[in-house]
Design a protein around this ligand. Structure first.
Ligand code: AMP
Ligand code: MN
Ligand code: MN
Ligand code: MN
Length: 289
């Protein structure tokens, strides 16, 4: 089964419009797709329409920016109701925070001689308020401050570098509860990316589970084989299901498009195990044999 539960569009920091993400996913054989833009659900209607024409099962999603021990931690929610009033309100408030943070990033860059970075970054953002480090990275790369946006991140935008500013994101437990209250399934995104030691990772998993967290993203483009084994084992230990998402952003800078990046380890219980769309696919695959 080709399932992707984590993808970005121009609504947040991806470079393809929602319908283009769906078209590329369809071309790559994706059968079940969630669009999960950072802190915004504005792409879901267009993506759903495109998915209907492409014959893909579409899932409404979001990736909420949260904080844990001073680091940002992302909670993907799938099967959310984007019209849920609390979720919509909280996402709007995170977007206001993003804009405030962007002003502070621009001030930090200004202090090292990089002028007009806010306006520059906003040229790469579709919505003024859904502005993130990736938009700054694209602007700084365009201006020649580094070879490409990945190099800009390493030089300016990661913790410890001059253009990085700390920010108060949502609480992990709150993000999980908003997703649950909106009918969604909370998934801890790319756990292998967080710079936590074992004890802090366990505390994060306990908090996530206790708040109603459902799954760990075991397979994602940021994970190597060791991460996959480690988080498959942690998912079992915590009674969490396993998810699978490419975290696709940009066809020009990523080896993975939307779609399958391999299979979950066999010991994993997939988060989609009881979803009707996945069951239909499984039955279809079985009857084809
Ligand atoms: P933000 O939510 O604005 O802090 O930005 C986080 C986003 O920046 C992630 O979702 C990625 O798209 C991107 N990102 C984070 N770290 C890196 C990195 N080291 N290199 C390239 N992109 C990154
Ligand atoms: Mn991103
Ligand atoms: Mn993320
Ligand atoms: Mn993501």
């Amino acid at each position: 089964m080709n399932i992707d539960l984590h993808c970005h569009s121009t609504v947040s920091d991806g470079t393809l419009a929602p319908a283009e993400v769906v078209a590329l996913a369809a071309q790559r054989g994706v059968e079940i797709l969630a669009l999960t833009d950072h802190d915004d659900t504005a792409g879901l209607d267009a993506a759903r329409c495109a998915a209907v024409s492409a014959g893909i099962d579409f899932i409404a999603g979001v990736e909420i920016s949260a904080g844990w021990r001073g680091q940002s931690v992302h909670i993907v929610g799938v099967h959310i109701d984007p019209a849920d009033a609390q979720l919509a309100r909280e996402l709007a408030s995170i977007r206001v925070g993003r804009l405030r943070r962007a002003e502070r990033i621009a001030a930090a860059l200004e202090a090292v001689g990089i002028r007009d970075a806010l306006a520059g970054a906003q040229r790469f953002a579709q919505h003024a308020s859904l502005i993130g480090r990736a938009h700054f990275a694209r602007y700084l790369a365009e201006q020649g401050y580094a070879a490409d946006s990945h190099a800009v991140f390493q030089r300016y935008l990661v913790p410890g570098k001059l253009g990085y500013v700390a920010h108060e994101w949502a609480q992990v437990g709150d993000a999980v509860r908003w997703i649950r209250a909106a009918g969604g399934v909370p998934i801890l995104a790319h756990p292998g990316r967080y710079p936590f030691g074992t004890a802090v990772m366990h505390e994060l998993l306990q908090c996530f589970k206790q708040a109603g967290g459902a799954a760990l993203e075991v397979l994602t483009s940021a994970h190597d084989a060791g991460d996959v084994r480690r988080f498959a084992a942690l998912a079992r230990e915590y009674g969490l299901l396993a998810s699978h998402g490419s975290d696709f952003h940009d066809p020009n800078h990523e080896p993975f498009g939307p779609g399958s990046i391999g299979a979950l380890p066999p010991e994993c219980a997939p988060v989609w195990h009881d979803w009707p769309a996945a069951q239909r696919l499984a039955e279809h695959a079985a009857s084809a044999h």
